[in-house]
Design a protein around this ligand. Structure first.
Ligand code: NAD
Length: 485
C-alpha cells in the first residue's frame, strides 16, 4: 500500500501548524476504505494557541468598518470560486460524495454563505424605540472570539454557514471541522493565509471531539459555541457550556417526515421525492426518511418510488454518472447496516436494497422498508443513511399524528395541491422547517433550525447575526419641556 503523503495541519494565526502533541489521525477515502491522508490530532494546547491568536486579533477585527470585513469575506468567496474543482474533489475524496454534487451544489452553496454574510455585515440593522419620555436604541456588538464545530456530511457548506456570520458580525473564530472530512477546511485555511486574511481572525483546529472539541467548548475566552452535529454530542456540549453560562446554538439530528397526499402532483415530483430520501446517500440532516402516503395512492406510489430508487446509480464519487457515493466511514457503515438488520428484526419488509454493495468501500444500496409503525426504533431513531420507510395514512389527522411522532423536529415536506391543507398542516407540523411541494430549497435570509431533540436556537440571516452579537439597550431621556416623573 502506498505511504500516506498528504498531511493536513491546523491553521492558527495565519500559519500552518503541526499538532503540539505530534499526533496525527488517518483520513480515509470512503470509496476504497483506504487511508489517503493524515490530519492533525489537536489537543488542549493547540486550542490554547488558537484561542490566544483569536483573542489578540479580536479588537482590530471588530473595529474594522463593516464594509472592510465584508470585503474580506468576498475575497475569500472569490478565492474558493477560483479553485472550485480542487474543493469539490477534496470533498468527494474524504466525504465520498459524488463529485457533481460537490461541484454543482455544495461548494457553490459554501461560496454563497460567504457572500450572503458579507452583505449582512453591511445590511444588518438595529432597532430603536421612540417613546414619549425616552429614546431607546439597541447596540449589537460582537462577542469576541467564538467557537464553531461542524460535522462531516456537508463539510465546507456547514463550516462556512458558521464562520461567515461569526466573522461578518465582527467576531474572530476558532473552528473545528469534523476529523472525518477535514480536507476542505484545511484548503480554506491555506487560501485565507494566501490572500492575506488578517492573522488570528480565522483559526482552524483539527482533532477529535472529546479532545479538541471539548477543549474549545470549555475555554472561557471563547464566548459562544455554534455546533452542528448529532443530538448526543449536542446534549454533551450543552452540559459542558451550562456552568460557564456560555451562549450555544445547537443544530442536531432529525427523522424527517415526507407527507404525500393523493391530490399532489406526485408523479411529476417523484424525482425530487426520491432525491429527498437519498441525496448524499441519505446523509443530510434534512433528508426525508419517513415517507407517509395517503392510502388511496399508497400502492401505486410505493411501486413507482421503489422503481426509481432502484434506478439510482451508486458509484465511485469521481464518476460523473454516479448518483450515490459510499457512506462516510466504516463506523457509520456498520451503524447503518445494524439499523437495517434491526428493521428486519422489527418485522420490516425490505422492498429494495438492504444490502452492502459487493465492491470495496462503504456502499449501501438505497433501501426502502414497509410494514413498520411509528413506535418502532426504525421510525424513531435517526439512521442517517440511504434508508427510508413507507407508512400509509387515511386522513389528515392521522398523517399529522404520524408526522409528529417521535422526539425530533427538524424538517418536514408536504406534497399537496390543496393550499388550505398546506397552510393548516404547516402550522401544526412539529418541524423547524416545512417545505410545501419542494425540498431543500434555501433562502439564506430565513431562520434555520430544529425543534425538540433537533436543536436549540436558529441559524440563517438575522438570526445568525443576532446569535453572534450581544444586544445591549441604550436609553436616552427626551426633554419634552416637562419634568420626568
Ligand atoms: P457528531 O456529533 O459526531 O460530530 C460533529 C462535530 O462535533 C465533529 O466535528 C466532532 O468532532 C465534534 N464532536 C464530537 N464529540 C464532541 C464533543 N464531546 N465535544 C465537542 N465536539 C465534539 O456528528 P457527525 O456524525 O459528524 O454528523 C452527523 C450528525 O449531524 C447527524 O446527527 C446529523 O443529523 C447532524 N446534522 C445536523 C444538521 C442540522 O442542521 N441540524 C446538519 C448536518 C448534520
Amino acid at each position: 500500500m502506498p505511504a500516506v503523503t498528504l498531511r493536513l495541519p491546523h491553521w492558527i494565526d495565519g500559519q500552518a501548524r503541526e499538532p503540539a502533541g505530534g499526533r496525527w489521525l488517518e483520513v480515509f477515502e470512503p470509496a476504497t476504505g483506504r487511508a489517503f491522508a493524515e490530519v492533525a490530532r489537536g489537543d488542549a494546547s493547540d486550542v490554547e494557541a488558537a484561542v490566544a491568536a483569536a483573542v489578540r486579533a479580536a479588537p482590530a477585527w471588530a473595529a474594522l468598518p463593516n464594509a472592510e470585513r465584508a470585503a474580506w469575506l468576498e475575497r475569500l468567496a472569490a478565492a474558493i470560486e477560483a479553485r472550485i474543482e480542487a474543493f469539490a474533489r477534496a470533498e468527494a475524496r474524504d466525504g465520498g460524495k459524488p463529485l457533481k454534487l460537490a461541484r454543482e451544489v455544495e461548494i457553490p452553496r459554501a461560496i454563497s454563505n460567504l457572500r450572503f454574510f458579507a452583505h449582512a455585515a453591511t445590511q444588518f440593522g438595529s432597532e430603536s424605540h421612540h417613546g414619549q419620555a425616552g429614546l431607546n436604541y439597541t447596540l449589537r456588538q460582537p462577542l469576541g472570539a467564538v467557537a464553531a464545530i461542524s460535522p462531516w456530511n456537508l463539510p465546507l457548506y456547514l463550516f462556512t454557514w458558521k464562520i461567515a456570520p461569526a466573522l461578518a458580525a465582527g467576531n474572530t473564530v476558532v473552528a473545528k471541522p469534523s476529523e472525518v472530512t477535514p480536507h476542505t477546511a484545511t484548503l480554506l485555511g491555506e487560501l485565507a493565509a494566501g490572500i492575506g486574511f488578517p492573522p488570528g481572525v480565522l483559526n482552524i483546529v483539527h482533532g477529535l471531539g472529546p479532545e479538541a472539541g471539548e477543549a474549545m467548548v470549555v475555554h472561557p475566552a471563547l464566548k459562544a459555541v455554534s455546533f452542528t452535529g448529532s443530538t448526543a454530542v449536542g446534549r454533551r456540549i450543552a452540559g459542558l457550556a451550562a456552568p460557564l453560562l456560555k451562549k450555544v446554538s445547537l443544530e442536531l439530528g432529525g427523522k424527517n417526515p415526507t407527507l404525500v397526499f393523493a391530490d399532489s402532483d406526485w408523479r411529476a415530483q417523484l424525482p425530487v421525492l426520491v432525491r429527498s430520501a437519498f441525496q448524499n446517500s441519505g446523509q443530510i440532516c434534512l433528508c426525508g426518511s419517513r415517507i407517509l402516503v395517503e392510502r388511496a395512492i399508497h400502492d401505486e406510489f410505493r411501486d413507482a418510488f421503489v422503481e426509481r430508487a432502484l434506478a439510482l446509480r451508486p458509484g465511485d464519487p469521481m464518476d460523473p454518472d454516479a448518483d450515490l457515493g459510499p457512506l462516510v466511514s466504516q463506523a457509520h457503515f456498520d451503524k447503518v447496516m445494524a439499523a437495517i438488520a434491526r428493521a428486519r428484526g422489527e418485522g420490516g419488509r425490505i422492498l429494495c436494497g438492504g444490502v452492502a454493495l459487493d465492491r470495496p468501500g462503504w456502499f449501501v444500496a438505497p433501501t426502502v422498508i414497509e410494514g413498520l409503525g411509528p413506535d418502532c426504533a426504525t421510525n424513531r431513531d435517526e439512521i442517517f443513511g440511504p434508508v427510508a420507510t413507507l407508512q400509509a395514512f387515511d386522513d389528515e389527522t392521522q398523517a399529522l399524528a404520524l408526522a409528529n411522532a417521535g422526539d425530533y423536529g427538524l424538517s418536514a415536506s408536504l406534497w399537496t395541491r390543496d393550499l388550505d391543507r398546506a397552510h393548516r398542516l404547516a402550522a401544526r407540523l412539529r418541524a423547524g422547517i416545512v417545505w410545501i411541494n419542494t425540498w431543500l430549497m434555501r433562502d439564506l435570509r430565513t431562520p434555520f433550525g430544529g425543534m425538540g431533540q433537533s436543536g436549540l436556537g436558529r441559524e440563517g440571516g438575522a438570526e445568525a447575526m443576532r446569535f453572534f452579537t450581544e444586544a445591549r439597550n441604550v436609553c436616552i431621556a427626551l426633554d419634552q419641556g416637562t419634568p420626568t416623573p
